[in-house]
Design a protein around this ligand. Structure first.
Ligand SMILES: Nc1ncnc2c1ncn2[C@@H]1O[C@H](COP(=O)(O)OP(=O)(O)OP(=O)(O)O)[C@@H](O)[C@H]1O
Length: 556
């Protein structure tokens, strides 16, 4: 079974390290109860076998009752410790879920925007849940199965070797090795089917995510049936891959049964004549039978653990891939970065997407005192310039400067403290207008009202029954497109940014409202650097600066 350790080790290291730190006391309790439980469960049959031999000596001593009592106590203690251990393990599993989900989320927020173009929320959620479950199974199994099994195995084998015969201990051990090897082989043969099933299930989640976000369009074009068909086909592929996985395992079940029969047959074939010859007592034979069952249990547990680990590895892969996907590599945050003049310089800036499109050798300077408009035909690269300004990606060549400082040397945290953007697609939370404008920053009523006024939305908000406490609905869909855009502009202005970027920010507005907003913004153009993308030439005033760009290879 080939494992891609470079892929899975970094997330495992981080998560397990935090987990061990958080849950160390409970884990110690798990270790202690496991050990005690195992000692008691091995001690009980040993004591039982000796009692049988005492009984066969014909004289039932009065003290025997106490020995039976001790046996009963050991059995009870073994059961109690095993149960304690399994519930303590369960307790730690919640800590593990907590660590896994919070660490994964912290990684997600660092991802580049292209990551979110490639993976939709449903797919990310699926990978996270699968990964979380996989890790949990592995750790639970390690604690609740592998650890007790190995301890039990060592103790029982030792006892078997001492009391009975070394040959028998060897046969048992040999069986164990064969059994575990068989499980490993079965896991390796079946893994490609499992990997395929998991990959298909990821693709299926991606598909669901896409379908949900375009539900209205699908209904309108009467394409829902077509989508259901597509989804059913995908789920069928997942089911078939899981089917192939299971049937391969079923074939192996016969080989496992054969191995167990051979083990019992050889052991009894060796032992029974010795009992007949008087070398071994009937009690020894009873001890062997009980221990053999106990010994096979740990092997079966270990085998199951291998199979679970293999399954968990496959389930963990999408999680690990997302964990390892490119994140923004950012310089250290200094908190000392400041924007004074607000001069933004583009010097021969080029950016090529992997498909060869993008922008080429763009140069211009944006200053305060005038609004800088970026215009150009569709696909010319206007939004790409904004993505570069927002450090979604770095220029392939050339540089962007802020008051002479290369933007590449400024961390996103430092830069975002001074720049505010109004994107083309506005995302509002299903919360109040105030929450949508303030968005977690320190609340200040005066600022809130001023931002709303500058975005020409204050009168509208004050006219609503609940005012700023009006809830906007899922994705803000209880507002019109123009209202959403004005809320987004108020959001951008709330923290008095040094630089404001508007990406077609007024395209959903009628000409009059658009003029209103741009006139409002003109009032602050001496304090704030304003760069706006527009298709509408009518909004551009004679004293605005216009930068016209053309697609790669053309002259604007
Ligand atoms: N993530 C991406 N991966 C690959 N190519 C992209 C990506 N985003 C944009 N492009 C391509 O880069 C070019 C510039 O796109 P961009 O969105 O910057 O243009 P634009 O001027 O903002 O267009 P519009 O006016 O239509 O919004 C286009 O040809 C587009 O197809």
């Amino acid at each position: 079974m080939k494992l891609d350790l470079a892929l899975v080790a970094p997330p495992l290291r981080t998560i397990l390290f935090h987990y061990l730190k958080t849950a160390r006391l409970v884990l110690l309790a798990v270790l202690a109860t496991t050990l005690l439980g195992t000692l008691a469960s091995i001690g009980a049959p040993y004591l039982f076998s000796r009692l049988i031999d005492q009984l066969s000596a014909a004289s039932v001593a009065s003290g025997l009752i106490w020995a039976f009592m001790a046996y009963a106590v050991l059995m009870g203690a073994a059961y109690a410790f095993q149960r304690m251990s399994s519930f303590l393990t369960f307790m730690t599993s919640e800590s593990l879920n907590f660590v896994t989900s919070t660490s994964f989320f912290a990684r997600l927020v660092e991802k580049t925007s292209s990551f979110f173009l490639d993976h939709n929320p449903a797919e990310i959620e699926n990978a996270q849940q699968k990964g979380e479950r996989a890790l949990n199974i592995v750790v639970q199994f390690a604690l609740a199965a592998v650890l007790p099994s190995v301890t039990q195995l060592i103790l029982a084998l030792g006892l078997l070797g001492t009391v009975l015969d070394f040959d028998i201990a060897l046969i048992v051990f040999g069986y164990g090795v064969v059994y575990v090897a068989l499980v490993a082989r079965a896991a390796s043969v079946t893994r490609p089917h499992l990997d395929e099933a998991i990959e298909q299930s990821q693709a299926s989640s991606r598909f669901v995510g896409n379908a949900i976000s375009s539900m209205d369009t699908l209904r309108q074009f009467q394409s829902a049936g077509w989508m259901i068909g597509q989804f059913t086909n995908r789920e069928r592929t997942v089911l078939e891959a899981f089917g192939r996985y299971a049937t391969t395992h079923v074939r192996y079940a016969f080989i496992f049964g054969l191995a167990l029969t051979v083990q019992f047959a050889i052991s009894l074939w060796l032992l029974v004549p010795r009992v007949a010859a008087g070398e071994l007592t009937v009690g020894d034979l009873v001890l062997f039978n009980t221990l053999l069952l106990q010994l096979n249990l740990p092997f079966q547990m270990m085998g199951q653990a291998i199979q679970q680990f293999a399954q968990s590895y496959s389930n963990f892969l999408p999680f690990a891939r997302m964990w390892q996907a490119d994140a923004h590599d950012d310089p250290e945050t200094t908190d000392t970065f400041a924007v004074s003049e607000g001069v933004i310089g583009f010097e021969d800036v080029s950016y090529l997407y992997p498909n060869g499109r993008g922008v080429s050798e763009i140069s211009f300077t944006a200053r305060r005192g005038t609004i800088t408009y970026i215009t150009g035909d569709t696909g010319a690269g206007k939004s790409t310039l904004f993505k570069l300004l927002l450090k979604d990606m770095r220029p392939t060549s050339g540089s962007i400067t802020v008051d002479g400082t290369d933007l590449g040397a400024v961390s996103r945290t430092d830069w975002f403290a001074h720049v505010a953007a109004v994107p083309q697609d506005i995302v509002l939370l299903n919360d109040t207008l105030a929450t949508n404008i303030v968005l977690g920053r320190p609340f200040d009523e005066a600022r809130l009202r001023r931002a709303a006024e500058r975005a020409a939305i204050l009168a509208f908000i004050e006219g609503l029954e609940a005012g700023f406490d009006t809830v906007v609905g899922e994705r803000g869909l209880k507002l019109s497109g123009g209202e959403r855009q004005r809320i987004a502009i108020a959001r951008a202005l709330y923290a008095d940014p040094a630089v404001v970027l508007l990406d077609e920010a007024s395209s959903a507005l009628d000409a009059e409202t658009e003029k209103d907003i741009m006139d409002q913004l003109r009032l602050i153009r001496d304090e704030v650097t304003i760069i706006a993308i527009t298709h509408r030439v009518s909004v551009i005033a004679p004293d605005d600066k216009v930068v016209r760009i053309g697609p790669i290879g053309t002259q604007p």
